[in-house]
Design a protein around this ligand. Sequence first.
Ligand SMILES: Nc1ncnc2c1ncn2[C@@H]1O[C@H](COP(=O)(O)OP(=O)(O)OP(=O)(O)O)[C@@H](O)[C@H]1O
Ligand SMILES: [Mg+2]
Length: 331
Amino acid sequence: MSAPLLSVRDLKVHFPIRGGPLGKPVGWVKAVDGVDLDIARGESLALVGESGCGKSTLGAAILGMQKPTGGTVSFDGKEIVHGDAGARRSLSRDMQIVFQDPVSALNPKLTIGESIAEPLAIHGVGSARERRERVTELLSLVGLHPQHAKRKPNAFSGGQRQRIVIARALALNPELLILDEPVSALDVSIRSQILNLLLDLQKRLGLSYLFISHDLSVVRHFADRVAVMYLGHLVETGRTEDVFARPVHPYTEALLSAVPLPDPAAQRSRQRIVLKGDLPSPANPPAGCKFVTRCPLAEPVCRESHPPLVPVGEGWRAACHVRAPAAAPSG
Ligand SMILES: Nc1ncnc2c1ncn2[C@@H]1O[C@H](COP(=O)(O)OP(=O)(O)OP(=O)(O)O)[C@@H](O)[C@H]1O
Ligand SMILES: [Mg+2]
């Protein structure tokens, strides 16, 4: 197997909670707490989990927009040293992010041609004429008319604006896009158009995606693999079809139980698992398994130690003392 395009190891982002008169840290919000993940070239990995579990923070730390507290991020086999301005610059050619809200992502004063050409200008790519040509090419790539380049963002609908944001993200020919809830702010009727555009671009350009989403029915069609996050940790990762068909972790199972099944007979016989209580605060997570306070299967061992992610199938791992017990050390 070839080396992954993106490789994240033991990544941590802890935010200080400041208090007292001197503003010293009185605690830490462990938003991301030891995450490992790989994305292969041309692959899409969906990152799912409840609001506040650390998805956006993980995406931002991969990009270097958020300084990690620990761990490593490697792109194409090379470790990225975040914080170094040169690294950040070359990284923005490799990876780009598309956020949820296309309205705030575009400067209302610039024409969309200027917005799309901005990354090219910042990186000193091409002459003014070449940049204009590239803008035309990018607009048609995302299904917009070249004449649109002269207009300001307020002339466009939400879906069109997200196309413009995607065109700008592609300007420098990145290999990986981090898509943070890219359709959640859009009208339901146009979400599938944008998702289809992203799938089409992935095929045509060989892109890799980290697709952050809380909408599991979208993830099922969109992503090759899925990573389920709970309170700063990954609890299960595997091929989408495997995880959706036979979730191992009780949290994955609960999340998926809320997703409608395509087969009406299967849907009628399915049981919805409603989790008790809210997500605990990442500033004060439970000891042992982070899911223990809401888990229907919890046993005493789950309060004692944090379960590691262990293989449960091909390219499939889960972190659960009950469903995926780690092998006892031999000897
Ligand atoms: N800059 C920050 N300072 C302090 N705490 C933060 C900061 N950014 C995020 N957090 C906290 O880190 C945790 C994870 O937040 P994050 O935004 O990554 O979650 P998320 O999974 O993306 O949620 P959502 O689905 O709502 O977008 C939350 O408890 C959040 O309050
Ligand atoms: Mg988020």
